[in-house]
Design a binder for this molecule. Structure first.
Ligand code: SF4
Length: 194
């Protein structure tokens, strides 16, 4: 409640924290291929992501809470990305940028993961090859919306834990430890049908 005559504002802690969190996301730019060029434009002065409070790209997983995977991902790279994701503190969110990160795109071959949701819990997918920086801004706004509507600090406090870890879409594809047998199984699994 906002009372301008009396000069005070009341709100819920959840709303205040989610508002602050959604306007100060720190992206981890996981640029893997050509889409990364558009991601750089998204962070540049022309598109001015600072309007959304997310201009502080972080290359340390400990300081990031939004991973943007831009480009096609090989099975070898998937292990490294998953490890970085696991090092990011909760709560955290993930954007799959472009056709390749979302589905493998035109790289329908044995060495490329057919969508990073095979090993990451993706929150927002961006279509396009490559998507324009405006589309990345739109995805960022979707994440902000998600934080404001779905995340609850009060609920976490009540449960005594930071947040139930979001399980990967297909948890058996990559183990957090990157076990070799699991990786081998992944390498030889059939590709998705189109
Ligand atoms: S979606 Fe297009 S631009 Fe993006 S990584 Fe794939 S081929 Fe490159």
């Amino acid at each position: 409640m906002l009372d301008l005559r009396e000069g005070f504002l009341t709100t819920r802690l959840d709303v205040l924290l989610n508002w602050a969190r959604s306007n100060s996301l720190m992206p981890m730019p996981m640029g893997l291929a050509c889409c990364a060029i558009e991601m750089m434009a998204f962070a540049g002065p022309k598109y001015d992501v600072a309007r959304f409070g997310s201009e502080a790209m972080r290359f340390s997983p400990r300081q990031a809470d939004l991973m943007i995977v831009a480009g096609w991902c090989t099975y070898k790279m998937a292990h490294a990305i998953r490890r970085i994701w696991d090092q990011m503190p909760d709560p955290k969110w993930c954007i799959a940028m472009g056709a390749c990160a979302s589905t493998g795109g035109m790289h329908r071959c044995y060495g490329v993961v057919q969508g990073v949701d095979n090993f990451l819990p993706v929150d927002v997918y961006i279509p396009g090859c490559p998507p324009r920086p405006e589309a990345v801004l739109h995805a960022l706004m979707d994440i902000q919306e998600k934080i404001r509507n779905e995340y609850s600090v009060a609920l976490d406090y009540a449960k005594g834990e930071p947040r139930p870890p979001a399980p990967p879409a297909r948890p058996h594809v990559l183990s957090p430890e990157g076990d070799e047998p699991v990786a081998r199984e992944v390498l030889h699994r059939p590709l998705k049908s189109t």
